[in-house]
Design a protein around this ligand. Structure first.
Ligand code: AR6
Length: 260
């Protein structure tokens, strides 16, 4: 089965399981079809999928992984000042490390806005539908939505990393209060504590809360760096932390704070 056939099959199955998609017109062009498939993955409710669906989805996502490229940790260099700390600009879903961190929302089900440009959307898209199902089961078991500042771990399914650690950052309306700052520090701390508990050595963390949740970037970076540095100096497990930036603003902020 080639990529086009896999996409066509997956779209067909997603249409079948949702009556509202019955009249959806599938474009001919491969690129457009691929975007439609991503949008359908994004909006699919948590539920089990057939073995055949998962087999073909996994094959498709492995093909996509190859096309998009994998970034291995041994190709990155730590900052000169600290051999446990890295700054890397790029898409976290390409990183092959023990764990990547997701900046989630309180449902923990992933971003359901089709093709949205947040890290949650990218992680759920390239992990596969199993990730939403796993998160759903964790929330069912917990019995309430995920509080800000806590963390949960799941497998990473089709991503190059082994695990995803999900945390919900504080959402800022105007300026962050002391409570917001403490909650952001708590996110990093909960993530690192859970990483340690799971024997994770290398972990990539995006700039939690600095996108849709509107936390000022400079302050967020200061909190992130302080919390990570304090934690790893006493940790015998977590050995490498990658500050994963995605835009030039955060890149210069982290470079300034960590290397100058
Ligand atoms: N890889 C690495 N970083 C990324 C990527 C990526 N692929 N995409 C975006 N970023 P955001 P938040 C950066 O909005 O502020 C979601 O809809 C982005 O540039 O992803 O915590 C959730 O479901 C920014 O620096 O997360 C929540 O509703 C950082 O990731 C809400 O957004 C965080 O931006 C959470 O908002």
């Amino acid at each position: 089965m080639d990529k086009d056939a896999m996409i066509t099959y997956l779209i067909g199955e997603l249409k079948k399981e949702n009556l509202e998609l019955h009249d959806l017109i599938v474009p001919e062009e491969l690129e457009k079809k691929q975007r439609l498939l991503r949008a359908l993955f994004n909006t699919r409710k948590p539920m089990a999928a057939s073995t055949q669906f998962l087999t073909i989805q996994d094959l498709y996502l492995q093909v996509r992984k190859g096309e998009r490229g994998i970034v291995q940790l041994n190709t990155l260099r730590p900052i000169p000042q600290d051999d446990q700390i890295y700054i890397w600009k790029g898409d976290i879903t390409k990183l092959e490390v023990d764990a990547i961190v997701n900046a989630a929302n309180k449902t923990l089900l992933g971003c359901m806005k089709p093709l949205h440009d947040c890290v949650d959307n990218a992680i759920h898209t390239y992990a596969g539908v199993q990730l939403r199902q796993s998160c759903y089961e964790l929330i069912l078991e917990q019995g309430y939505e995920e509080p800000v500042g806590m963390a949960k771990i799941t497998p990473a399914y089709n991503l190059p990393s082994a695990f995803v650690i999900h945390t919900v950052g504080p959402k800022i309306e105007n300026q962050p209060t002391q409570i917001d700052e403490d909650l952001l520090a708590k996110c990093y701390l909960s993530v690192l504590a859970l990483a340690e508990k799971n024997n994770i050595e290398s972990i990539a963390i995006p700039c939690i809360s600095t996108g849709d949740f509107n936390f000022p970037k400079q302050k967020a970076a200061t909190i992130a760096i302080q919390t990570v540095k304090d934690f790893i100096k006493d940790s015998t497990t977590v050995k490498k932390v990658i500050f994963n930036v995605f835009d030039d603003d955060n890149l210069s902020i982290y470079q300034e704070l960590l290397t100058k």
